[in-house]
Structure formats: C-alpha cells, structure tokens
Design a protein around this ligand. Structure first.
Ligand SMILES: NC(=O)c1ccc[n+]([C@@H]2O[C@H](COP(=O)([O-])OP(=O)(O)OC[C@H]3O[C@@H](n4cnc5c(N)ncnc54)[C@H](O)[C@@H]3O)[C@@H](O)[C@H]2O)c1
Length: 195
C-alpha cells in the first residue's frame, strides 16, 4: 500500500527519511523553512551530502514521488501523516531548544482544522521523555481543536554514512512499536514495509 507522507525539516534526518520513503514507493512531500533546501530537493538534488542520497533523491524525483515545499498547510492536507524532523539544538542552559518543534506542531494543528480524515504524526526529532505529552500533543490539540490524529515517537538509530541503507531496514520498524501510544494503518503500513 502506498502512503502519502509529509516530512518536516529537510536536514540530515528529514532528507534521508524523505528519500527512503520515496524509494519504498510512497508519495513524499518535504517541508522546510529554508527555500534553498526546498528548491534543491524539488529539482531532484539532495540538500545534504550523504552516501546514496544523490541517487535516491534523483530516483524519487524522476518517479514523481518526491517533492518539496515551504507550504506546510498544503503538505498536511495532501498527506496521510507527517514526520517531524526539525532541529532541537542545545541551549546555553543545557536544555533543548524546542521552538522549531513547537512551531511545526502549531502549523500541523492549524492545517488539521481543515482536514476531515485522520492524520498520523511521528516525532523523529530528539526530545526528552515526556515532551510529546507535555508539549507536542497539547499544542496540536489546541491548534487543531480536535484530537483525531495519531502520534508516534520514533527513536532513530543511525550509523554515519549509512543512513540511506539503515533507515529502510531498521528505523521505520519503530513506528508502530515501543513508544507508539496510538497508531493507525499509516504506522502499520510502514512497519510492513520495513520487514
Ligand atoms: N543527524 C543525526 O544523525 C540525528 C540522528 C538522530 C536524531 N537526530 C535528531 O533529529 C533532529 C533533526 O536533526 P538534523 O541533523 O536533521 O537537523 P538539521 O539541522 O540538519 O535539519 C533541521 C531542518 O529543519 C528545518 N526547519 C527548522 N524549522 C522548521 C520549520 N518550522 N518547518 C520546517 N522545517 C524547519 C531547518 O531549516 C533544517 O533544514 C534533531 O532533533 C536531531 O537531534 C539527528
């Protein structure tokens, strides 16, 4: 089964995720606030330097399965679920800067107001335990005025230089496993693909 997936943040994690999902046959739309990254991916080139990425992005582009945009609302409305892969840099006080996640959560929530069907949200960014419940979900619920969506926390394990290969083999497997407090056919499909 082919899914439509939006990926927020076209850095190392998001670009690799987007390219791998497209190579698995899913329809993918990447979202970033950086227009240069969006234009690069939209023209079939990789926004990051990483093994196999040039080939994967070009292949997804040629197949018409890999797109990119700065329009977060359109990306949510056109997809079955969103992977949140924005940065969470460390602050001077040692805490994580969650402002990018909060902004994306608000944008996804606002877009969900216009969406009738369910939507799965997978948090791939690094956060401390409890952040999903204490911040991400309340922001989405408040912005969307609803709670009809699914949330997953997907811990990622990568070896440098091997992201492309490792993602399709292992990391997606976590989508419906431990850490997932509610999932739908979206997560089940990705789990099946990863087997
Ligand atoms: N790089 C890794 O090996 C790795 C591994 C596991 C987990 N992580 C975690 O994944 C997250 C992303 O890491 P990364 O290395 O890909 O970061 P990165 O800095 O390379 O990329 C983050 C991207 O998010 C974009 N962004 C910021 N705000 C946005 C918004 N509101 N909407 C859309 N895009 C937005 C930025 O423009 C940037 O392109 C971090 O939390 C990181 O800790 C990274």
């Amino acid at each position: 089964m082919s899914l439509s997936i939006s990926v927020f943040g076209l850095g190392y994690v998001g670009s690799v995720s987007a390219a791998c999902f497209a190579s698995m046959g899913h329809q993918v739309i990447g979202v970033d606030v950086n227009p240069a990254k969006v234009e690069t991916m939209e023209s079939g080139r990789s926004p990051i330097i990483e093994a196999s990425m040039s080939e994967l992005v070009a292949e997804g582009h040629r197949a018409g399965r890999l797109h990119a945009t700065i329009d977060s609302t359109a990306a949510v409305l056109e997809s079955d679920g969103s992977f949140v892969c924005v940065g969470t840099p460390s602050l001077r006080n040692g805490k994580l800067d969650l402002s990018h996640i909060e902004k994306v959560a608000r944008e996804i929530g606002a877009a969900l107001k216009q969406k009738k069907s369910g939507h799965t949200i997978v948090l791939r960014s690094t956060v401390l335990p409890g952040t999903t419940e204490s911040m991400v979900l309340p922001v989405i619920e408040q912005a969307s005025g609803r709670n009809r969506f699914y949330g997953c926390l997907q811990p990622g394990v990568y070896a440098r230089g091997k992201r492309g290969r490792r993602l399709s083999a292992t990391a997606i497997h976590n989508s419906g496993g431990a850490g997932c407090f509610s999932s739908g056919s979206f997560a089940r499909t990705l789990q099946t693909d990863a087997r």
